[in-house]
Design a protein around this ligand. Structure first.
Ligand SMILES: [Zn+2]
Length: 259
């Protein structure tokens, strides 16, 4: 009888230890059940957050661009060492709102930012990042172009093909060649099979290539082919503008060149 009692006590202790450790995990890794958030009063500080996975979110902001209210996407990745931001919203008002919103929802700070090319829809909020002591990383090409385009300069620490580990997440940086811009890179989250295509990749609803001011139209499809070859197993593909989806977005982008 004593033996059975002892066994029972050991079982209870073990079970409560397991329960405690999983509680700890939940606390240090905030889980959000709601799928989307909105914040801000007008487009100057309005920001949307939508869940792709528990720890991967898309931020969307709007700007009157060439006469159209144009949405733009960036990404937030919640890691064990803070939040990684892929691209800023259009401006600093929106970036400030995004800092506040992400802190409120995830109870974590943005510690690192990656800029995928030096256009305003990717880097327009960089001053806010620098003011808040956030590491802003890019390739040296993007850093040079940022300066040329009148933006503060990111740290040119990224190479054209490189995987960086931040917290528990691998971020694979890939420069496939010129396309929408001279310097456009993609970011691949290998553990989640999520591809941030940025402006190199168009959304399914896109009927044309969008802004081609700095584009290399001959090279662009070849660069998209490179991305397709590398990440054909992508489960989620996030374009610079419009709705995200799956690998079909990459095929759709290629089809836009066939027209
Ligand atoms: Zn661009």
């Amino acid at each position: 009888m004593k033996k059975i009692y002892l066994l029972f006590v050991i079982m209870i202790i073990t079970l409560s230890m397991i329960a405690c450790s999983s509680n700890l995990d939940v606390n240090s890794y905030p889980k959000v059940d709601e799928g989307s958030y909105k914040s801000g009063s007008n487009d100057q500080n309005y920001i949307e957050l939508s869940k792709v996975k528990d720890d991967i979110w898309v931020h969307t902001s709007y700007e009157n661009y060439n006469g159209y209210r144009t949405p733009s996407n960036g990404m937030l990745v919640i890691t064990a060492e803070g939040i990684v931001l892929i691209d800023t919203p259009w401006n600093n008002g929106q970036m400030k709102e995004l800092l506040k919103l992400s802190k409120k929802i995830f109870n974590e700070e943005i510690t690192t930012a990656i800029i995928t090319h030096a256009h305003v829809d990717r880097i327009g909020g960089i001053d806010t990042l620098i003011d808040n002591g956030i590491d802003v990383l890019s390739t040296s090409q993007t850093a040079q172009d940022a300066e040329k385009n009148g933006f503060a300069t990111p740290q040119p620490k990224l190479t054209s093909e490189q995987t960086i580990l931040i917290g528990d997440k691998n971020f694979e940086i890939f420069y496939p060649g010129e396309g929408h811009a001279v310097d456009n890179i993609t970011v691949w989250l290998s553990d989640d099979k999520v591809l941030f295509g940025g402006c190199l990749i168009k959304s399914m609803e896109s009927q044309d290539l969008g802004s081609v001011t700095d584009a290399n139209i001959e090279q662009w499809p070849l660069s998209v082919e490179m991305v397709l070859e590398k990440y054909s197993n992508a489960e989620v593909v996030i374009p610079g503008h419009g709705k995200w989806g799956d690998i079909k977005l990459v095929h759709h982008t290629l089809e836009l060149f066939a027209n």
